[in-house]
Structure formats: C-alpha cells, structure tokens
Design a protein around this ligand. Structure first.
Ligand SMILES: [Zn+2]
Length: 224
C-alpha cells in the first residue's frame, strides 16, 4: 500500500452528491459512477488501493469486471449505521481489484480471494492502516525477493501488529499475490540486465508499475 492524496476531488461526483443528496449506494447513477471510478483510478495511478497490482482502466464498453469502487470504511456490516455517513464521502472511496490477478482470463473462473474480497466489512479503527490517512504507510511493510510481504522489523511492536493485521485482513500473502510480486521482481532484474535504468523506471509517472512500493524498496532503498 501507498499513501493516496485525496485533495483532488471529482467534480461530476461532487455535483451529483450536492444536487441529488443520494443515500443508497445501489441507486447511484451509473454514468457518474463510471466517471468517479475513472477519477479514482487516475488518482491511484492505475494500481489497486491495497495490493498494488495494475488494474486496467474501466471503460464504458468493458465487459470484464477487474475492479470496483471500494468503501475503505465499509458501507455494510454488523453495525450498518456506523459508517453510513461515509457512503458518499469522497475520502472513503477508492478502487480495489477483484481479489484475483487482473490479467487472468475469465474462462478460468478466477476466485475473489484477497484485497476487498477478503476484507469485506472488517475495519478496526485502531489497527487499520488507511492508505488515504496514513502518510507513511509504506514504511510499515517490507518485501522479500520471494514475493512475500511482512511487517517492517524496524517498527515497534504496536506498529508491527497493525501491519500484520492488514496483511491478514487483505490476505496480502495469498499465493497468487506472492507469485505476481516475485515475477514482477524477476522481470525487472531481467530488464535491468538489458539496460533498464531503475531510477528512471520508478520515477512517478502517470501510471505506475505494479507493486510499485515493493520495487521502490527492493531496488532503490535496499539496492538488491
Ligand atoms: Zn488488490
């Protein structure tokens, strides 16, 4: 996960919320929803809010569902009114993958097993590291070249337990994700051998490479 700055609102969405005062998410106008989805996707520079895999931009004609608008503080749950006031709150909205490898073919019937689909309605106010609130969220995690993610050992026990809670809640060590991260790491190694300048590659572009935080940590900070 990485920090997402939410200061750049979506004008169409704001206008709709101010004019129509919607309260039920499922009645949300689909054309505005698409615009919001695309806006959030750009804000996250093309990566899932939680696992950081590359998510394709949502197009009107796209039939494959590869991502959805995620309520970070859940809109449903054991206590449904708890976050009801945040259902249409821009700062609570993000784009999450569907819990499988976005590049996987539909014919393989991919199961939804990580990120929002594992998190569901879980949100511990004390432990949840919220990517739109926690500015140093990247520092809570460390990555292995085998694709695994761990709490950062340099953090204190309290912070490590928060990181562990996130890894478990989002199932960030799901075998599919560890495999994807490992492959991404190995791909960059191969590209470096062909002359890729890693500093230039990881310079923040409009769209970021998948698992951006892992790459930054392994190649720039640790110099693996
Ligand atoms: Zn994800």
């Amino acid at each position: 996960m990485r920090y997402i700055d939410k200061s750049n609102c979506c004008a169409e969405f704001d206008k709709y919320v101010n004019n129509d005062s919607p309260s039920v998410w499922d009645e949300f106008k689909t054309d505005i929803k698409l615009k919001l989805h695309q806006h959030l996707w750009r804000e996250q520079q093309g990566l899932c809010i939680y696992c950081q895999q590359e998510v394709p931009e949502k197009k009107e004609t796209e039939y494959k569902i590869r991502s959805h608008i995620e309520h970070i503080r859940p809109r449903r749950g054991h206590n449904p009114d708890k976050y009801a006031h945040l259902i249409f709150c821009y700062k609570n909205l993000s784009v999450s993958c569907e819990g499988f490898d976005c590049k996987m073919d539909d014919s393989l019937n991919p199961k939804k097993e990580f990120c929002e689909h594992n998190k569901e309605n879980e949100y511990d106010e004390y432990k949840f590291l919220n990517p739109v609130e926690c500015r140093d969220i990247e520092d809570y995690f460390s990555y292995g070249i085998d694709g695994t993610i761990h709490p950062n050992n340099n953090k204190n026990d309290e912070d490590k337990s928060k990181a562990q809670y996130m890894i478990k809640t989002l199932y960030l060590n799901h075998p599919t994700l560890t495999d994807m991260r490992k492959k991404q790491y190995q791909l960059i190694i191969q590209e470096q051998e062909k002359g890729l300048d890693i500093k230039d590659f990881l310079n923040p572009h409009y769209e970021l490479p998948g698992f951006y935080t892992m790459l930054k940590q392994l190649f720039l900070q640790l110099g693996v």
